[in-house]
Ligand binder design. Structure first.
Ligand code: ADP
Length: 328
């Protein structure tokens, strides 16, 4: 059975982008067809300035939301990265295989280090090496597939390169994974700034739908979404990013294709109202299950403990083999 690995970073509250670009697919499809691991990658949250208490709270919230979104601990492994030491152990070995140059070519590093510098902060070394830790996350489990949104495909390419290079130098140790992507809404854009993706770490939440937003907040954000000065609803990602983003969100919620849906609307107002209704309905069960799980935190704790134990059992033989292969 194919093994798949994917994760979310607890750097902010989870968004509609995380849900439509990743989590929904994990719950509806991936956990049923494969031996799947889903991880809250909290070590990655330390690569930028953070508040320790907030990271801890967000990790727990993200794990709870994964369960609320339908990940079933009987079918897949849900765990928190820092509970399994193998990630950090393997990351160091892979740092000895990766080169400084290939790290500096990563688009996310360029973008995120520029943001840190603009804030006047120093760029942490871990921000540069973060894709190596991500490679360790994937390779430790021998994952064959990594379902991710477009923004992560470069990191999966790097993971493949590192696996191949390690295997050539030290003998076959790692399976070489490939990225897979969901078909619709692979990239949900910010409602206020449709040129950039809806990302949970953005400063302002006005263009971001959080999974735990109250329904009236969701409606308000969608009704205020930036469109353009045209009057007819039409789908064109490049020329009309705002309205196209809304059409894609609607298509992702209800099925159908964004271009086809555009013909049904005479005004932006009518489109926005339908998008708001669709998103509120989509998120309703997730919010309700989240509430129930928060009230049963012992259950969530048990799930995460047994998830980490199972994950450790899978990762340890591979990481131990990598140690031996490298001469340790
Ligand atoms: P974020 O950018 O929100 O910090 P993560 O690194 O936690 O995202 O990614 C979790 C998953 O969600 C990844 O598979 C990522 O590709 C996906 N994802 C994040 N933002 C979006 C978005 N706006 N549209 C589609 N998918 C997204």
């Amino acid at each position: 059975m194919t093994r798949i690995f994917s994760g979310v970073k607890p750097t902010g509250h989870l968004t509609l982008g995380n849900y439509l670009g990743a989590i929904r697919q994990w719950a509806d499809v991936d956990q049923h067809r494969a031996d799947a691991l889903f991880c809250v990658v909290d070590l990655h949250a330390l690569t930028v300035e953070h508040d320790p208490g907030r990271v801890r709270r967000l990790s727990r919230q993200a794990a709870t939301l994964l369960l609320a979104s339908g990940l079933d601990p009987e079918r897949c492994t849900v765990f928190v990265q820092s509970h399994v030491d193998e990630h950090a152990r393997l990351s160091y070995l892979l740092e000895c295989v990766a080169s400084d140059g290939e790290m500096r070519r990563m688009i996310q590093y360029k973008e995120k280090s520029a943001v840190e510098q603009a804030r006047g902060g120093s760029v942490r070394l871990s921000l540069l090496t973060y894709p190596v830790l991500m490679a360790a996350d994937i390779l430790a489990y021998g994952a064959g597939e990594v379902p991710v949104g477009d923004d992560q495909t470069q990191h999966v390419e790097l993971t493949r390169d590192l696996a191949v290079r390690f295997n050539q130098r030290y003998g076959h140790t790692f399976a070489v994974p490939r990225a897979t992507r969901p078909e619709v809404a692979a990239r949900v854009m910010d409602l206020q700034d449709p040129a950039s993706k809806m990302g949970k770490s953005h400063e302002s939440g006005a263009g971001i739908i959080y999974l735990l937003d109250e329904p009236d907040v969701v409606r308000k954000k969608i009704m205020r979404a930036v469109t353009d000065s045209g009057s007819e609803v039409g789908y064109d990602r490049a020329a009309r990013p705002g309205v196209s983003n809304l059409l894609e969100i609607l298509a992702a919620c209800e099925g159908g294709d964004p271009e086809g849906l555009s013909g049904a609307y005479a005004s932006y107002g009518a489109l926005k109202k339908d998008v708001a209704d669709a998103v509120v309905e989509l998120l309703r069960p997730v919010r309700e299950r989240h509430q129930a799980l928060v009230a049963d935190s012992a259950y969530v704790g048990d799930v995460l403990r047994s998830g980490a134990e199972r994950a450790r059992g899978m990762a340890r033989p591979t990481v131990d083999a990598a140690y031996r292969a490298m001469g340790l």
